[in-house]
Design a protein around this ligand. Sequence first.
Ligand SMILES: NC(=O)c1ccc[n+]([C@@H]2O[C@H](COP(=O)([O-])OP(=O)(O)OC[C@H]3O[C@@H](n4cnc5c(N)ncnc54)[C@H](O)[C@@H]3O)[C@@H](O)[C@H]2O)c1
Length: 363
Amino acid sequence: MTIGVPKEIKIGETRVSLTPNLCRRVIALGGDVLFEKGAGRSAGFTDDEYKAAGATVVASAARVWKESDFILKVKEPQAGEFALMQEGQTLFTYLHLAACPELAKELCRKNILGIAYETVEGADGSFPLLKPMSQVAGRLSIQIGAYRLQSQLGGSGVLLGGIPGSMPGHVVVIGAGNSGAHAVQMAVGMGARVTVLDLDTRKLEALDQEYRGRVVTLMSNPANIASEVADADLLIGAVLIPAARAPIVVSRKVVRQMRPGSVIVDIAIDQGGCVETIRPTSHEEPTYEEHGVIHYAVPNMPALVGRTSTMGLTQATEPFIALMVQKGVERALVEHPGLGRGVNTRGGRITYDAVALALGFEA
Ligand SMILES: NC(=O)c1ccc[n+]([C@@H]2O[C@H](COP(=O)([O-])OP(=O)(O)OC[C@H]3O[C@@H](n4cnc5c(N)ncnc54)[C@H](O)[C@@H]3O)[C@@H](O)[C@H]2O)c1
Protein backbone atom coordinates (compact mmCIF):
# COMPACT_ATOMS: atom_id res chain seq x y z
CA MET A 1 0.00 0.00 0.00
CA THR A 2 1.38 3.42 -0.92
CA ILE A 3 0.42 6.09 1.59
CA GLY A 4 0.53 9.61 0.21
CA VAL A 5 0.97 12.61 2.48
CA PRO A 6 0.27 15.91 0.71
CA LYS A 7 1.09 19.28 2.27
CA GLU A 8 -2.01 20.84 3.86
CA ILE A 9 -3.22 23.83 1.85
CA LYS A 10 -6.14 25.12 3.97
CA ILE A 11 -5.36 28.71 4.98
CA GLY A 12 -3.58 28.87 8.33
CA GLU A 13 -3.23 25.08 8.66
CA THR A 14 0.04 23.97 10.26
CA ARG A 15 -0.52 20.29 11.09
CA VAL A 16 0.77 17.29 9.14
CA SER A 17 -0.90 13.86 9.11
CA LEU A 18 2.26 11.79 9.64
CA THR A 19 5.27 12.27 11.96
CA PRO A 20 8.67 10.80 11.06
CA ASN A 21 8.23 8.19 13.82
CA LEU A 22 4.84 7.10 12.49
CA CYS A 23 6.32 7.05 8.98
CA ARG A 24 8.99 4.65 10.23
CA ARG A 25 6.31 2.38 11.74
CA VAL A 26 4.18 2.39 8.57
CA ILE A 27 7.20 1.34 6.52
CA ALA A 28 8.16 -1.36 9.05
CA LEU A 29 4.63 -2.74 8.69
CA GLY A 30 5.10 -3.08 4.93
CA GLY A 31 3.72 0.21 3.58
CA ASP A 32 5.40 2.75 1.30
CA VAL A 33 5.23 6.48 2.02
CA LEU A 34 5.16 9.19 -0.65
CA PHE A 35 5.63 12.51 1.13
CA GLU A 36 5.29 16.00 -0.33
CA LYS A 37 8.37 18.16 0.20
CA GLY A 38 7.88 20.62 3.06
CA ALA A 39 4.64 19.03 4.33
CA GLY A 40 6.04 18.69 7.86
CA ARG A 41 7.77 22.06 8.07
CA SER A 42 5.09 24.03 9.94
CA ALA A 43 4.87 21.24 12.52
CA GLY A 44 8.65 21.37 13.01
CA PHE A 45 9.67 18.28 10.97
CA THR A 46 12.23 18.43 8.15
CA ASP A 47 12.19 16.52 4.86
CA ASP A 48 15.46 14.89 5.93
CA GLU A 49 13.71 13.35 8.96
CA TYR A 50 11.12 11.77 6.65
CA LYS A 51 13.83 10.58 4.25
CA ALA A 52 15.72 9.02 7.18
CA ALA A 53 12.47 7.29 8.20
CA GLY A 54 12.25 5.72 4.73
CA ALA A 55 9.79 7.99 2.92
CA THR A 56 10.15 9.02 -0.71
CA VAL A 57 10.01 12.83 -0.66
CA VAL A 58 8.68 14.38 -3.88
CA ALA A 59 8.28 17.98 -4.97
CA SER A 60 4.72 17.96 -6.30
CA ALA A 61 1.37 17.41 -4.64
CA ALA A 62 0.04 16.10 -7.96
CA ARG A 63 2.55 13.24 -7.90
CA VAL A 64 1.62 12.31 -4.31
CA TRP A 65 -2.08 12.12 -5.21
CA LYS A 66 -1.49 10.31 -8.51
CA GLU A 67 0.84 7.59 -7.24
CA SER A 68 -0.81 6.74 -3.89
CA ASP A 69 -3.69 4.38 -3.23
CA PHE A 70 -4.21 5.75 0.28
CA ILE A 71 -4.15 9.50 1.00
CA LEU A 72 -3.54 10.55 4.60
CA LYS A 73 -4.43 14.16 5.41
CA VAL A 74 -5.50 16.45 8.24
CA LYS A 75 -8.13 18.77 6.71
CA GLU A 76 -10.81 17.99 4.16
CA PRO A 77 -9.61 18.33 0.53
CA GLN A 78 -9.87 21.94 -0.61
CA ALA A 79 -11.33 23.01 -3.97
CA GLY A 80 -7.81 23.19 -5.42
CA GLU A 81 -7.29 19.51 -4.57
CA PHE A 82 -10.50 18.14 -6.13
CA ALA A 83 -8.89 17.62 -9.53
CA LEU A 84 -5.99 15.71 -7.91
CA MET A 85 -8.17 13.03 -6.29
CA GLN A 86 -7.92 9.70 -8.11
CA GLU A 87 -10.79 7.36 -8.96
CA GLY A 88 -11.19 4.64 -6.29
CA GLN A 89 -8.61 6.11 -3.88
CA THR A 90 -8.92 5.76 -0.09
CA LEU A 91 -8.88 9.02 1.91
CA PHE A 92 -8.37 9.17 5.69
CA THR A 93 -8.77 12.71 7.11
CA TYR A 94 -11.21 15.11 8.82
CA LEU A 95 -14.01 15.42 6.23
CA HIS A 96 -16.88 17.40 7.88
CA LEU A 97 -18.99 16.59 4.81
CA ALA A 98 -22.21 17.98 6.31
CA ALA A 99 -20.62 21.40 5.86
CA CYS A 100 -19.07 20.65 2.41
CA PRO A 101 -21.67 19.44 -0.12
CA GLU A 102 -19.32 20.10 -3.08
CA LEU A 103 -16.67 17.82 -1.57
CA ALA A 104 -19.28 15.15 -0.82
CA LYS A 105 -20.37 15.20 -4.47
CA GLU A 106 -16.78 15.00 -5.68
CA LEU A 107 -15.96 12.04 -3.41
CA CYS A 108 -19.03 10.20 -4.73
CA ARG A 109 -18.27 11.10 -8.33
CA LYS A 110 -14.75 9.67 -8.01
CA ASN A 111 -15.79 6.59 -6.05
CA ILE A 112 -13.53 7.55 -3.14
CA LEU A 113 -13.57 5.48 0.03
CA GLY A 114 -13.75 8.43 2.42
CA ILE A 115 -12.98 7.59 6.05
CA ALA A 116 -13.61 10.61 8.28
CA TYR A 117 -11.56 11.09 11.44
CA GLU A 118 -14.53 12.75 13.14
CA THR A 119 -16.86 9.73 12.94
CA VAL A 120 -14.37 6.99 13.90
CA GLU A 121 -15.61 5.55 17.20
CA GLY A 122 -13.95 3.97 20.23
CA ALA A 123 -15.39 0.85 21.89
CA ASP A 124 -17.36 3.09 24.32
CA GLY A 125 -18.97 5.13 21.53
CA SER A 126 -16.59 8.06 22.07
CA PHE A 127 -14.81 9.86 19.22
CA PRO A 128 -11.09 9.26 19.80
CA LEU A 129 -9.90 11.33 16.84
CA LEU A 130 -11.84 14.42 17.98
CA LYS A 131 -10.76 14.28 21.59
CA PRO A 132 -7.13 15.42 21.32
CA MET A 133 -8.09 18.48 19.23
CA SER A 134 -10.75 19.44 21.80
CA GLN A 135 -8.12 19.13 24.51
CA VAL A 136 -5.81 21.44 22.54
CA ALA A 137 -8.62 23.98 21.96
CA GLY A 138 -9.67 23.88 25.61
CA ARG A 139 -6.15 24.51 26.87
CA LEU A 140 -5.51 27.19 24.25
CA SER A 141 -8.75 29.03 25.07
CA ILE A 142 -7.41 30.20 28.43
CA GLN A 143 -4.03 31.25 27.03
CA ILE A 144 -5.82 33.20 24.25
CA GLY A 145 -8.33 34.73 26.66
CA ALA A 146 -5.61 35.81 29.10
CA TYR A 147 -3.75 37.52 26.25
CA ARG A 148 -6.84 39.26 24.87
CA LEU A 149 -7.66 40.67 28.33
CA GLN A 150 -4.52 42.81 28.12
CA SER A 151 -5.13 46.58 28.13
CA GLN A 152 -3.15 47.32 24.94
CA LEU A 153 -5.36 44.91 23.00
CA GLY A 154 -8.56 46.61 24.18
CA GLY A 155 -9.12 44.14 27.01
CA SER A 156 -10.23 45.07 30.50
CA GLY A 157 -6.66 44.80 31.83
CA VAL A 158 -7.45 41.96 34.24
CA LEU A 159 -4.60 39.54 35.08
CA LEU A 160 -6.31 36.16 35.42
CA GLY A 161 -4.22 35.09 38.40
CA GLY A 162 -4.39 38.51 40.09
CA ILE A 163 -1.70 39.18 42.70
CA PRO A 164 -1.80 38.79 46.49
CA GLY A 165 -4.25 41.33 47.88
CA SER A 166 -6.21 41.72 44.64
CA MET A 167 -9.11 39.79 43.15
CA PRO A 168 -8.11 37.20 40.51
CA GLY A 169 -9.97 37.14 37.21
CA HIS A 170 -13.19 35.15 36.91
CA VAL A 171 -13.25 32.44 34.23
CA VAL A 172 -16.65 30.93 33.40
CA VAL A 173 -16.64 27.73 31.34
CA ILE A 174 -19.92 26.46 29.86
CA GLY A 175 -19.63 22.77 28.97
CA ALA A 176 -17.48 20.39 31.03
CA GLY A 177 -16.57 17.88 28.30
CA ASN A 178 -13.19 17.36 26.64
CA SER A 179 -12.49 20.99 25.80
CA GLY A 180 -14.23 22.48 28.86
CA ALA A 181 -12.42 20.27 31.38
CA HIS A 182 -9.06 21.21 29.86
CA ALA A 183 -9.98 24.90 29.92
CA VAL A 184 -10.82 24.52 33.62
CA GLN A 185 -7.45 22.87 34.27
CA MET A 186 -5.52 25.72 32.63
CA ALA A 187 -7.59 28.42 34.34
CA VAL A 188 -6.99 26.83 37.73
CA GLY A 189 -3.29 26.57 36.91
CA MET A 190 -3.17 30.30 36.21
CA GLY A 191 -4.75 31.06 39.57
CA ALA A 192 -8.08 32.35 38.25
CA ARG A 193 -11.44 32.06 40.03
CA VAL A 194 -13.22 29.36 38.02
CA THR A 195 -16.88 28.46 37.55
CA VAL A 196 -17.98 25.62 35.27
CA LEU A 197 -21.53 24.83 34.16
CA ASP A 198 -22.93 21.71 32.46
CA LEU A 199 -26.22 19.82 32.17
CA ASP A 200 -24.50 16.51 32.96
CA THR A 201 -24.18 16.10 36.73
CA ARG A 202 -21.58 13.31 36.33
CA LYS A 203 -19.23 15.75 34.62
CA LEU A 204 -19.75 18.31 37.41
CA GLU A 205 -19.24 15.65 40.10
CA ALA A 206 -15.96 14.55 38.51
CA LEU A 207 -14.64 18.13 38.44
CA ASP A 208 -15.85 18.77 42.00
CA GLN A 209 -13.95 15.72 43.22
CA GLU A 210 -10.86 16.57 41.23
CA TYR A 211 -10.58 20.19 42.38
CA ARG A 212 -12.06 19.76 45.89
CA GLY A 213 -13.82 23.09 46.12
CA ARG A 214 -11.21 25.03 44.14
CA VAL A 215 -13.70 25.20 41.21
CA VAL A 216 -17.39 26.14 41.51
CA THR A 217 -19.61 23.69 39.62
CA LEU A 218 -23.14 24.76 38.66
CA MET A 219 -26.02 23.28 36.71
CA SER A 220 -26.37 24.93 33.33
CA ASN A 221 -29.69 26.80 33.36
CA PRO A 222 -30.65 30.31 32.23
CA ALA A 223 -30.51 31.83 35.74
CA ASN A 224 -27.08 30.44 36.62
CA ILE A 225 -25.69 31.34 33.20
CA ALA A 226 -27.01 34.93 33.42
CA SER A 227 -25.54 35.59 36.87
CA GLU A 228 -22.16 33.93 36.23
CA VAL A 229 -21.58 35.33 32.75
CA ALA A 230 -22.42 38.88 33.90
CA ASP A 231 -19.52 38.56 36.36
CA ALA A 232 -17.08 36.82 33.97
CA ASP A 233 -13.81 38.37 32.84
CA LEU A 234 -13.33 35.45 30.46
CA LEU A 235 -16.19 33.29 29.14
CA ILE A 236 -15.41 29.98 27.42
CA GLY A 237 -18.12 28.36 25.27
CA ALA A 238 -17.47 24.59 25.16
CA VAL A 239 -20.83 22.89 24.71
CA LEU A 240 -21.63 20.13 22.24
CA ILE A 241 -24.72 18.19 21.30
CA PRO A 242 -23.24 15.49 19.03
CA ALA A 243 -24.05 15.93 15.32
CA ALA A 244 -26.24 18.98 16.01
CA ARG A 245 -25.84 22.73 15.85
CA ALA A 246 -24.57 24.07 19.17
CA PRO A 247 -27.41 25.41 21.36
CA ILE A 248 -27.36 29.15 22.10
CA VAL A 249 -26.80 29.18 25.85
CA VAL A 250 -25.71 32.83 26.25
CA SER A 251 -28.15 35.41 24.89
CA ARG A 252 -27.29 38.86 23.55
CA LYS A 253 -29.01 40.32 26.62
CA VAL A 254 -26.56 38.46 28.89
CA VAL A 255 -23.53 39.52 26.78
CA ARG A 256 -24.67 43.16 27.24
CA GLN A 257 -24.38 42.65 31.02
CA MET A 258 -20.67 41.76 30.79
CA ARG A 259 -18.04 44.33 31.85
CA PRO A 260 -16.36 46.30 29.01
CA GLY A 261 -13.18 44.64 27.77
CA SER A 262 -14.21 41.18 28.96
CA VAL A 263 -13.47 38.33 26.55
CA ILE A 264 -15.52 35.51 25.03
CA VAL A 265 -13.75 32.51 23.45
CA ASP A 266 -16.41 30.33 21.80
CA ILE A 267 -14.72 27.01 21.06
CA ALA A 268 -18.03 25.58 19.83
CA ILE A 269 -17.96 27.90 16.80
CA ASP A 270 -17.29 24.94 14.49
CA GLN A 271 -20.82 23.79 15.36
CA GLY A 272 -22.26 27.30 15.01
CA GLY A 273 -21.23 28.71 18.42
CA CYS A 274 -23.13 28.84 21.71
CA VAL A 275 -23.28 32.63 22.22
CA GLU A 276 -25.91 34.69 20.41
CA THR A 277 -23.44 37.42 19.40
CA ILE A 278 -20.77 35.09 18.04
CA ARG A 279 -19.74 34.68 14.41
CA PRO A 280 -16.74 32.80 12.97
CA THR A 281 -13.38 34.60 12.84
CA SER A 282 -10.04 33.54 11.35
CA HIS A 283 -6.38 33.34 12.37
CA GLU A 284 -5.81 36.47 10.24
CA GLU A 285 -8.49 38.45 12.14
CA PRO A 286 -9.28 36.46 15.26
CA THR A 287 -11.41 38.94 17.24
CA TYR A 288 -14.12 41.58 16.96
CA GLU A 289 -15.91 43.70 19.55
CA GLU A 290 -19.63 43.77 20.20
CA HIS A 291 -21.37 45.44 23.19
CA GLY A 292 -17.85 46.33 24.41
CA VAL A 293 -16.96 42.63 24.74
CA ILE A 294 -14.12 41.01 22.75
CA HIS A 295 -15.27 37.96 20.80
CA TYR A 296 -12.85 35.22 19.60
CA ALA A 297 -14.25 32.39 17.44
CA VAL A 298 -11.64 30.69 15.26
CA PRO A 299 -12.93 27.29 14.07
CA ASN A 300 -9.49 25.66 13.70
CA MET A 301 -7.70 26.71 16.87
CA PRO A 302 -5.36 23.65 16.94
CA ALA A 303 -3.50 25.05 13.90
CA LEU A 304 -2.07 27.70 16.27
CA VAL A 305 0.11 25.02 17.82
CA GLY A 306 0.98 22.84 14.83
CA ARG A 307 3.59 20.80 16.62
CA THR A 308 1.54 19.80 19.67
CA SER A 309 -1.60 19.31 17.60
CA THR A 310 0.27 17.08 15.14
CA MET A 311 1.59 14.95 18.00
CA GLY A 312 -1.89 14.75 19.57
CA LEU A 313 -3.65 13.93 16.32
CA THR A 314 -1.16 11.33 15.09
CA GLN A 315 -0.97 9.50 18.39
CA ALA A 316 -4.74 9.06 18.08
CA THR A 317 -4.70 8.05 14.39
CA GLU A 318 -1.66 5.74 14.69
CA PRO A 319 -3.48 2.54 15.80
CA PHE A 320 -6.00 2.90 12.95
CA ILE A 321 -3.32 3.64 10.34
CA ALA A 322 -1.22 0.72 11.55
CA LEU A 323 -4.22 -1.62 11.40
CA MET A 324 -5.05 -0.61 7.83
CA VAL A 325 -1.45 -1.01 6.65
CA GLN A 326 -1.13 -4.39 8.37
CA LYS A 327 -4.45 -5.95 7.38
CA GLY A 328 -5.44 -3.97 4.32
CA VAL A 329 -8.19 -1.36 4.45
CA GLU A 330 -11.18 -3.63 3.78
CA ARG A 331 -10.26 -6.21 6.42
CA ALA A 332 -9.44 -3.51 8.97
CA LEU A 333 -12.85 -1.89 8.46
CA VAL A 334 -14.58 -5.20 9.15
CA GLU A 335 -12.42 -6.25 12.09
CA HIS A 336 -12.66 -2.85 13.82
CA PRO A 337 -16.33 -1.74 13.68
CA GLY A 338 -15.40 1.63 15.24
CA LEU A 339 -13.07 2.32 12.32
CA GLY A 340 -15.87 1.12 10.02
CA ARG A 341 -18.06 3.89 11.50
CA GLY A 342 -15.57 6.31 9.99
CA VAL A 343 -16.65 5.44 6.44
CA ASN A 344 -18.62 8.41 5.07
CA THR A 345 -18.43 7.69 1.33
CA ARG A 346 -18.07 4.44 -0.60
CA GLY A 347 -19.01 3.21 -4.06
CA GLY A 348 -20.31 6.60 -5.13
CA ARG A 349 -22.69 7.02 -2.16
CA ILE A 350 -22.79 8.76 1.22
CA THR A 351 -22.83 5.90 3.70
CA TYR A 352 -23.08 7.77 7.02
CA ASP A 353 -26.74 8.42 7.84
CA ALA A 354 -26.37 11.72 9.72
CA VAL A 355 -24.21 13.16 6.92
CA ALA A 356 -26.60 11.97 4.19
CA LEU A 357 -29.51 13.47 6.13
CA ALA A 358 -27.74 16.79 6.63
CA LEU A 359 -26.93 16.98 2.91
CA GLY A 360 -30.30 15.74 1.71
CA PHE A 361 -28.55 12.81 -0.07
CA GLU A 362 -29.79 9.23 -0.12
CA ALA A 363 -27.77 7.06 2.31
N1 LIG B 1 -12.72 25.88 17.62
C1 LIG B 1 -11.91 24.83 17.51
O1 LIG B 1 -10.80 24.93 16.98
C2 LIG B 1 -12.32 23.50 18.07
C3 LIG B 1 -11.38 22.50 18.27
C4 LIG B 1 -11.81 21.30 18.84
C5 LIG B 1 -13.15 21.11 19.17
N2 LIG B 1 -14.04 22.12 18.93
C6 LIG B 1 -15.47 22.04 19.28
O2 LIG B 1 -15.65 22.29 20.66
C7 LIG B 1 -16.95 21.83 21.00
C8 LIG B 1 -16.89 21.02 22.30
O3 LIG B 1 -16.23 19.80 22.03
P1 LIG B 1 -15.92 18.76 23.19
O4 LIG B 1 -15.04 17.71 22.61
O5 LIG B 1 -15.49 19.47 24.42
O6 LIG B 1 -17.38 18.13 23.42
P2 LIG B 1 -17.82 17.15 24.61
O7 LIG B 1 -18.94 16.34 24.07
O8 LIG B 1 -16.66 16.46 25.21
O9 LIG B 1 -18.39 18.18 25.70
C9 LIG B 1 -19.51 18.97 25.48
C10 LIG B 1 -20.19 19.22 26.81
O10 LIG B 1 -21.26 20.16 26.57
C11 LIG B 1 -22.27 19.81 27.51
N3 LIG B 1 -23.50 20.50 27.16
C12 LIG B 1 -24.39 20.22 26.17
N4 LIG B 1 -25.39 21.12 26.21
C13 LIG B 1 -25.12 21.98 27.23
C14 LIG B 1 -25.79 23.11 27.77
N5 LIG B 1 -26.93 23.55 27.27
N6 LIG B 1 -25.20 23.74 28.82
C15 LIG B 1 -24.04 23.32 29.33
N7 LIG B 1 -23.39 22.25 28.87
C16 LIG B 1 -23.92 21.59 27.83
C17 LIG B 1 -22.31 18.30 27.45
O11 LIG B 1 -22.99 17.75 28.58
C18 LIG B 1 -20.82 17.97 27.44
O12 LIG B 1 -20.30 17.78 28.73
C19 LIG B 1 -17.43 21.02 19.78
O13 LIG B 1 -18.25 21.83 18.99
C20 LIG B 1 -16.14 20.73 19.07
O14 LIG B 1 -16.34 20.44 17.70
C21 LIG B 1 -13.64 23.30 18.38
